[in-house]
Design a binder for this molecule. Structure first.
Ligand code: C2E
Ligand code: MG
Ligand code: MG
Length: 762
C-alpha cells in the first residue's frame, strides 16, 4: 500500500470510528439537554428553554439521521471520506454553537446552584465529547471551544472574584482538555494505523496461503511433508496420484513401514539437516504397481531453526525410464527376434576377449547363415521369412548356455559367441564343433510355418579365440570367411577358419580388383587357334582371350573367366570380345584367302542369358556387316542346365540371324540325348580329355566313336579339340571325325602369327 492509499485508509478508518461512536453521545446529549432544560425551567424563561431544547433535539436528530445514512451507504460512497468528514464537522459546529449558547441563554443570574449545574453539565459534556470525537482532533477541539467559551465569558462578566476564579478554572480545564486531546487523538491514530497494518498483514498472509495452496495442489510434481517421526502430514493430489493412493490414505502414514526401504535412510538424513536425492524403481505400498520416481527431500525448520520435519518433492519418471529402456533396446537388440544385435555382441566379445586373456580359456565365434533363405522370402513372402527367423532364434537360444550369446546381425545371419571352452586349443575346437553340430541338428528339424512345413539348413563358420590376439572385427570377419567356405562346400555344413582360407580370400579380393582395372585399362587381347578339316585345310579359328597382367604376366583364362562370370565383369569383356571377333571377320571378308574363315567365340552362361543378348549380337553383326554364318558361338553344357526352354528360345532367335552354335567340351557335362535332340546345334566339340589318350585308351576310343556316331545320327558336325599327335589325328580320321583343333596344327596365337600360319597352310 502506498502512502496516499495509507492516508486515505486512515481517514476512512477515523471517519468510521467517528460515525460509529456518534450514536451514544448523541443520545446522551439529548438526555443531558432534557435534564438541563428541566432543571432550568423555573429559573429561565420557558420560551428560551423550550426553544433551546427544540434546537438541540433537532440538531441531534439531524445528526442521528446523517449517521444512519452513513452507516447504510455503500462502501464506495463512504469512501468519499472528505465529504463525510465535512458533514460530520458541520454537525459538530452546529451542536457546539447550540450547546455553547446554553452558557448565555440558560445562565440564571440569581441562582448560583443552577449556574453551577450548567457549568457542570457543559464541562461534563465536553469531557465526554473529547473522548468520543478525539478521532478527529478538529471536531473535538471546535466542539469543546464552542461549548465552553460562552460560559467562561459569561462567568467573567459577573465580575465577582469567585466567578472570575471559576472562569479561569474553566479556561484552564479547557486548555487541559485541548492538550490531552492531542494525546488521545495520537493514540487513536496509532491504534487505527496498527489495526490497518494488522489487517493488511492478515490479508497478505491469506493471499500467500492461498497462493501456496494452489501451487501445491496444482503442481505437476508430487509434494509431501512429514514430521520428525517420518509421518506424512501433508500430501498434494499429484503425490497421491503417483503412488496410486489417496491423500486420506497418505496423511498419517508412517514412512518407516513402507515396502520400499531404500528411501528411509534418505528421509531420515533430512532430519539431520541433509538434502537427499533418490532415483529408482519404487514399489508403492498401497498398490501392486511399481513406478520409477525421482525424489528430492529437504529438512523443514521452524522460526527458531529447529528441524520439525521435512518436505519431499517427487516426480514420476516411469515414462522417461521406459523410453530410455526402449531406446536401449533399439540400440542393442534386434526388433524382430529380440536377440542382441551386432553392437551388443561386439561389446560382449570385447569383454570375452579380455576375460579369455586372463583365464587362458578359449572361446568360439560361430557365424551362421541360413541356406536358401532368400528363396523362402521370395517365394513365400516376408511374413513367412520373419516367422522362420523367429523360430531359428528360439532354437538357437535353446541350444546355448545362459552365459553364451546369440546375436542377429541382420537378414539371415546370426553370430553365436561361446566362452569358457578348454585351455587346450584342440579340445576347445572339439567342444566348439560339438556345439556347432548341435546347432546344425536343431536347425535342421522341420519348421512349422503355418500353413507350410519347411526344412531349412544352415552353414556355420567357426573361429576360435584365445586372449586378445585378434581384434573382435577380425574374428567376426574370419568366422564369416569360414561360413562362406562351409557354403561353398555344399551348405548345411560347418567349417573352421584357418589362415590359408583368409589368404585365399585376400588374394581373391585383390584379383577381383585387378580384373576390374584390366577391364578399365583394356589389358586383354586375343589369340586365335586354327581349326582344320580332314585335308588339313584351315576352316576357321577359335578366339581365345588373353589377359596381360602388368605384374603377373599372362593370366590364363581358366583362372580369371570364372571370377569374371561371378562378378558380372564377363559382360563387358564378352561384348568387347564379340566386337573384336566381328571386326576380324570383317577384315577377313575383304581378303579372298580368308573370306570363308569361320570364327568360334566362347559365350558364358551369364552373357548368354542377358535380357538383351540377342539384340546386342544382332547390332554388332549389323554394325560390322559380316556374314553371320561365319560366326559360331561355343556354349558349354553348363549353359543348358539353367533352362532348356529359354536356351532354345535364345538360340532360335540368334539362328534366325544366321549364327551357328557349337557345344563345347562335349562329354564332360550331363547333356541327355533328349536335350541334344531338341537343341538347334550345328556342331559338337569333343572335349580334349577324351582325345588325350585316344591312341591307346580303349574307353576313350569307344566314347569318341559313340559321340561321332551320335552326331552323325543327329546330323551334327563334329570337331575334336586338343589334337596334339598324328596318332590321335589318325584315329579321328579313321572314325569319321573331319574337323580338328589342337597343338598339332598350332597353339593359339596372335592375329599376325595366325595369318602367317594361314599363308603357310595354303
Ligand atoms: P575351351 O573353349 O575349351 O578352349 C580350348 C582350350 O584348350 C584353350 O585353352 C586352348 O588353348 C586349349 N588347347 C587347344 N588345343 C590344345 C591342345 O592341343 N592341348 C592342350 N593341352 N590344350 C589345348 P585356354 O585358351 O587356356 O582357354 C581355356 C578355357 O577358357 C576355354 O576352354 C574357354 O572355356 C575359356 N575361354 C577362353 N577364352 C574365352 C573367352 O573369350 N570367353 C569365354 N567365355 N571363355 C573363354
Ligand atoms: Mg571353346
Ligand atoms: Mg573346349
Amino acid at each position: 500500500m502506498n502512502n496516499l492509499d495509507k492516508k486515505t485508509a486512515m481517514q476512512f478508518e477515523q471517519l468510521s470510528q467517528l460515525y460509529s461512536v456518534n450514536i451514544v453521545p448523541l443520545v446522551t446529549s439529548v438526555i443531558l439537554a432534557a435534564i438541563l432544560a428541566f432543571m432550568q425551567r423555573n429559573v429561565i424563561s420557558p420560551t428560551v428553554v423550550y426553544a433551546w431544547f427544540s434546537l438541540i433535539t433537532l440538531i441531534m436528530v439531524s445528526r442521528t439521521i446523517l449517521n444512519l445514512i452513513y452507516q447504510r451507504s455503500s462502501t464506495a460512497s463512504q469512501s468519499r471520506t472528505h465529504l463525510w468528514l465535512l458533514r460530520f464537522r458541520l454537525g459538530i459546529v452546529i451542536s457546539g454553537i447550540i450547546w455553547g449558547a446554553a452558557g448565555f441563554l440558560m445562565f440564571p443570574d440569581d441562582y448560583p446552584q443552577n449556574q453551577l449545574f450548567l457549568l457542570f453539565m457543559l464541562a461534563g459534556l465536553i469531557a465526554g465529547a473529547v473522548n468520543s470525537y478525539a478521532a478527529d482532533i478538529v471536531s473535538a477541539r471546535v466542539f469543546s471551544v464552542l461549548v465552553l467559551t460562552p460560559i467562561i465569558i459569561r462567568l467573567s462578566l459577573v465580575g465577582e472574584s469567585l466567578y472570575l476564579a471559576m472562569s479561569l478554572a474553566s479556561t484552564l480545564y479547557l486548555g487541559y482538555l485541548m492538550m490531552s486531546l492531542r494525546h488521545i487523538n495520537h493514540n487513536i491514530s496509532e491504534n487505527i494505523a496498527l489495526r490497518l497494518e494488522a489487517t493488511e498483514r492478515e490479508a497478505t498472509v491469506k493471499t500467500n496461503e492461498e497462493r501456496y495452496r494452489l501451487l501445491l495442489s496444482y503442481s505437476p510434481v508430487g509434494i509431501f511433508h512429514y514430521d520428525t517421526n517420518l509421518i506424512i502430514t501433508y500430501s498434494n493430489t499429484h503425490f497421491a496420484g503417483i503412488l496410486h493412493s489417496s491423500i486420506e490414505n497418505l496423511i498419517g502414514l508412517n514412512m518407516k513401514h513402507l515396502k520400499n526401504k531404500a528411501i528411509i535412510p534418505i528421509l531420515s538424513n533430512t532430519l539431520k539437516g541433509e538434502i537427499g536425492n533418490f532415483e529408482g524403481r519404487y514399489i508403492a505400498t498401497f498398490s501392486t504397481d511399481d513406478v520409477w520416481i525421482s525424489m528430492t527431500c529437504a529438512p523443514f525448520q521452524d522460526n527458531n531453526g529447529a528441524i520439525i520435519g521435512g518436505i519431499g518433492i517427487v516426480q514420476d519418471i516411469t515414462e522417461r525410464k521406459l523410453a530410455e529402456e526402449e531406446i536401449k533396446k533399439l540400440a542393442f537388440y534386434d526388433p524382430l527376434t529380440g536377440l542382441p544385435n551386432r553392437r551388443l555382441l561386439q561389446n560382449r566379445l570385447n569383454l570375452a576377449l579380455a576375460s579369455s586373456a586372463v583365464s587362458g580359456r578359449s572361446g568360439a565365434l560361430l557365424f551362421l547363415d541360413l541356406d536358401h533363405f532368400k528363396m523362402l522370402n521370395d517365394t513365400r513372402g516376408h511374413d513367412i521369412g520373419d516367422l522362420l527367423l523367429k523360430q531359428v532364434s528360439e532354437r538357437l537360444s535353446s541350444c546355448l548356455r545362459e552365459c553364451d550369446i546369440v546375436a542377429r546381425l541382420g537378414g539371415d545371419e546370426f553370430l553365436v559367441m561361446i566362452e569358457n571352452l578348454s585351455v587346450y586349443s584342440f579340445e576347445a575346437s572339439v567342444q566348439a564343433e560339438m556345439i556347432a553340430n548341435k546347432i546344425l541338428t536343431t536347425l535342421n528339424q522341420i519348421y512349422f510355418l503355418e500353413p507350410f512345413e519347411y526344412n531349412n539348413g544352415c552353414s556355420i563358420g567357426v573361429v576360435l579365440f584365445n586372449g586378445q590376439n585378434n581384434s573382435q572385427d577380425e574374428l567376426i570377419k574370419q568366422a564369416d570367411i569360414a561360413m562362406y567356405h562351409a557354403k561353398k562346400s555344399g551348405r548345411n555344413n560347418l567349417c573352421f577358419f584357418n589362415p590359408l582360407m583368409q589368404e585365399a580370400i585376400t588374394a581373391r579380393v585383390e584379383f577381383e580388383y585387378d580384373l576390374r582395372k584390366a577391364v578399365e585399362n583394356r589389358q586383354f587381347y586375343l589369340h586365335f587357334q586354327i581349326q582344320m578339316n580332314h585335308s588339313r585345310q584351315p576352316i576357321g579359328a577359335e578366339v581365345l582371350i588373353r589377359w596381360q597382367h602388368p605384374k603377373r604376366g599372362l593370366v590364363p583364362p581358366i583362372e580369371f573367366i570364372p571370377l569374371a562370370e561371378e562378378t558380372g565383369m564377363i559382360l563387358p569383356i564378352g561384348l568387347w570380345l564379340l566386337n573384336s571377333a566381328c571386326a576380324q571377320l570383317k577384315l577377313w571378308q575383304e581378303n579372298p584367302l580368308t573370306r570363308d574363315m569361320a570364327l568360334s567365340v566362347n559365350v558364358s552362361s551369364k552373357q548368354f542369358f542377358q535380357a538383351d543378348f540377342v539384340t546386342q549380337v544382332q547390332s554388332v553383326i549389323l554394325n560390322y556387316g559380316i556374314k553371320p554364318s561365319l560366326l559360331k558361338m561355343e556354349l558349354t553344357e553348363s549353359v543348358l542346365v539353367k533352362s532348356i526352354e529359354e536356351t532354345i528360345m535364345i538360340m532360335d532367335a540368334l539362328i534366325t540371324t544366321g549364327i551357328q552354335f557349337s557345344l563345347d567340351d562335349f562329354g564332360t557335362g550331363y547333356s541327355s540325348l533328349q536335350y541334344l535332340k531338341r537343341l538347334p546345334l550345328h556342331q559338337l566339340k569333343i572335349d580334349q580329355s577324351f582325345i588325350r589318350d585316344i591312341a591307346f585308351d580303349s574307353d576313350d576310343q569307344t566314347i569318341v566313336r559313340t559321340i561321332i556316331a551320335m552326331a552323325d545320327n543327329l546330323n551334327l558336325n563334329v570337331i575334336a579339340e586338343g589334337v596334339e599327335t598324328e596318332e590321335q589325328l589318325k584315329f579321328l580320321q579313321d572314325n569319321g571325325c573331319v574337323n580338328y583343333q589342337g597343338y598339332l596344327f598350332s597353339q593359339p596365337v596372335v592375329i599376325e602369327d595366325f595369318e602367317a600360319l594361314l599363308k603357310h597352310c595354303t
